[in-house]
Design a protein around this ligand. Structure first.
Ligand SMILES: *Cc1c(COP(=O)(O)O)cnc(C)c1O
Length: 233
């Protein structure tokens, strides 16, 4: 059987190998088990051949930031690669909660009670329980998604006791113009206080720093796939 290569220079396969090695080195250096850091390959707005190249290289964990775009891409690809796991890493509107629960294995952007309730209703209806992470607005940026750090305990109580959501941990996106290490440290501290184990933090430019601060999931896009072809809205 001939297969046309989707990654003729093996660029994506090499990028993945390089990042896995850097993850392992950063974890070891921090006295952590490299197996405790998962690489979420952020495939949003990347052309399908690049995603297929990563799949061909054996990568199974992907992040998407939009429900509809993810449905379009992964509806058929997931049938072809049933072991694929998907994380939602972008803002979620309440009216897309049903689709998100149906498609994703983790929802990293729970940030308000109304959304928590909508997710709980859908999980009950569908009998599916994707892991939930609470997105924290560590930089307290007014325009950004995520719960303010001071409001985290209340939201967490609503998610856990009020809604029975499977809350696994926290996620953050530090402000672009600040030292991310401070934000990673804050997120780790907030998680420890609430006995949460999962920390999704770190992107292409700072995932090694995030691992030093305890990241269990790093979300890496452009360093794997190259620059995104379409600018984001
Ligand atoms: C796009 C995106 C990423 C990946 O960003 P890169 O800099 O390309 O690695 C990570 N997390 C979130 C929430 C994103 O939207």
């Amino acid at each position: 059987m001939t297969r046309i290569s989707t990654d003729p220079d093996n660029a994506i396969s090499r990028n993945l190998a390089g990042i896995r090695a850097a993850i392992a080195a950063a974890a070891t250096e921090a006295g952590r088990d490299p197996a405790g850091v998962a690489l979420v390959a952020v495939s949003k707005v990347q052309p399908e051949e690049r995603v297929r190249a990563a799949l061909a290289a054996g990568h199974l964990l992907y992040g998407e930031n939009r429900v509809q775009e993810a449905q379009k891409r992964w509806g058929s690809l997931k049938a072809e690669f049933p072991a694929v796991r998907l994380h939602l890493i972008g803002p979620l509107q309440t009216n897309k909660a049903a689709d998100a629960v149906a498609l994703f294995d983790a929802i990293e952007t729970v940030d308000r009670p109304k959304l928590a309730r909508a997710l709980a209703v859908e999980m009950e209806k569908q009998g599916r329980r994707p892991d939930c992470l609470i997105q924290v607005n560590t930089g307290e940026e007014p325009q950004k998604a995520g719960v303010m750090p001071a409001d985290l305990p209340e939201l967490l109580a609503i998610c856990r006791e009020g809604c029975g959501l499977p809350v696994a941990g926290l996620m953050c996106i530090p402000p672009v113009d600040e030292n991310p290490a401070l934000h990673f440290a804050l997120l780790a501290e907030l998680a420890a206080r609430s006995d949460l184990k999962v920390l999704s933090m770190g992107m292409s430019g700072d995932y090694e720093t995030a691992i030093r601060h305890g990241a269990t999931h790093v979300r890496v896009g452009s360093a794997i796939f190259g620059e995104r072809v379409r600018p984001e809205a």
